[in-house]
Ligand binder design. Structure first.
Ligand code: HEC
Length: 137
C-alpha cells in the first residue's frame, strides 16, 4: 500500500507534535527537586562567563581542555563545594587564584550545583529511555 503524500505528511506531523508535546510537557525537575536557588544559579552563570571558566573547563564536554570537565564536580566524592571554594582562592597549576567576592563565589557554587543536577557528563553512566531520551542511572 502506498500512502498519498498529503496523508503521509499529516501522519508524520501528528507523530512529530505528539512526540514534541510528550517531551516539553515534562516538568522541569532540576531546580524544584534539588533545592537549587534559581536566581542565584542564574547569577552564577554570569560569574562563570565573567571569569571565563569555559576557556579552560568543559560543561558536558564543551569548552577548553586545559582543566577537567566540571559538570559533576559538585557531587564528586572527595570534591564538591569545599574543594571548589578552596581552589578559587588558591588557584592550582595553570589555574589562577581568582580575586572574586564571596557573593560571586556563592553564586558560582549554586550554578555548578544546578549544572550537576541537570545530568551526568559521563556517557558511561547513561540509561536510554524508550523515548530516546537519556537519564542518569
Ligand atoms: C587558565 C585556565 C583555567 C581557568 C580560566 C580556570 N581554571 Fe579551573 N582548573 C584549571 C586546571 C589546569 C585545573 C586542574 C588542576 C589539576 O591538575 O589539579 C583546574 C581545576 C579546577 C577545579 C578542580 C577540578 C577537579 O576535578 O579536581 C575546579 C573546581 C575549577 N578548576 C574551577 C574553576 C572555575 C569555577 C573557574 C572560573 C572561575 C576556573 N576553574 C577557571 C585551569 C583553569
Amino acid at each position: 500500500m502506498i500512502l498519498k503524500p498529503a496523508l503521509a505528511f499529516s501522519l508524520l506531523s501528528v507523530a512529530f507534535l505528539t512526540f514534541s508535546l510528550s517531551i516539553y510537557l515534562k516538568p522541569g525537575f532540576v531546580a524544584a527537586a534539588l533545592g537549587v536557588e534559581k536566581d542565584k544559579a542564574s547569577a552564577g552563570r554570569l560569574v562563570w562567563q565573567k571569569y571565563n571558566c569555559q576557556s579552560c573547563h568543559q560543561l558536558y564536554g564543551l569548552g577548553g581542555y586545559l582543566g577537567p570537565d566540571l559538570t559533576n564536580v559538585y557531587s564528586m566524592p572527595g570534591k564538591g563545594e569545599n574543594l571548589i571554594r578552596a581552589l578559587l582562592i588558591t588557584g592550582v597549576v595553570q589555574m589562577p587564584a581568582f580575586q572574586m567576592s564571596e557573593k560571586e563565589t556563592d553564586h558560582l557554587i549554586e550554578f555548578l550545583k544546578q549544572t550537576d543536577a541537570s545530568g551526568s557528563a559521563d556517557p558511561r553512566g547513561f540509561s536510554i529511555l524508550s523515548s530516546g531520551m537519556t537519564i542518569r542511572k
